[in-house]
Design a protein around this ligand. Sequence first.
Ligand SMILES: O=C(O)CCC(=O)C(=O)O
Ligand SMILES: [Fe+2]
Length: 290
Amino acid sequence: MNLETKPLAAYYPDDSQLSEYEKDYLFDLLGFRIIRAALSPSQVERINQWVDSQPARKPGEWFDNVEVHSYQGHDGTNYQNVIEGGEIFEELIDSPTWIGDVRRYIMNGFNALSINECFLNVRQQSGFIGIHSGGHVAAYPAMFRHHTGAWNVGQVNILMALSDIGPGDGATVVVPSSHKSHMVHPVLMDSKHRAYRDDFVAGKALMAQEVYLNKGDAIMFTDAICHGSAERVNSGERRTMVYRYSPHGVMPRYHYIPSVELLARLTLERRQIVQPVPPRLAPGRALMAR
Ligand SMILES: O=C(O)CCC(=O)C(=O)O
Ligand SMILES: [Fe+2]
């Protein structure tokens, strides 16, 4: 069934009015939370200034340890490994707005977190990301377990809005509670691994709901939730940034090794997230890149 996108149902409450327990309940029940004003206006402005200062670049180009990338082309330009892009990106590694909850959801507060992927995405008119994931996916980032009071979530994503994202802007869509579903989403039945359809605009999928955000707001979601985005029909561009956190045993998605300059600048707490397992080499040996 091919549907027009629906805005997120009116039942979703204002995060700032909720108790900590109620927020946990929502995350467990729905698979996502909306964090209003997760970034300050000045943080949003500093990031947007960084984007505005970038010349046109093509996927495959590198600058300052940041790699220009795209998943499928139509989903836009990604600045991957963006924590290497400057101080503003470093300070968000352990943003007090979310890091405590992220730690608790992933490992019950043990200090064993890692950044699995971090990128800034710029998406133009007609861009979208296809529908993907769901509770049926048997991969570590899609693991979602919660025994009362104890969590074990394989990946928590923080998707930050850097531009206002409303109707027609290509909002992120979620299928609420689908991280708990053992059934494959109907439109994923035809896909190769039943996990991703890059040809199917997620906004048109059964039960997909658009999440509207003001710039500075964020969605915190388990990677197990069935999600993607609507097609951007408005002119202009949509800007978002995603930090994905996983237990440190999950391989980083694109294998970036932090630069020595970055490691030297980071606080211990941030360094432990960016490089939870510092490499140990015999004297005289060096790491080799491929
Ligand atoms: O681009 C979007 O709105 C969705 C991004 C997404 O799929 C993700 O961050 O996992
Ligand atoms: Fe995704």
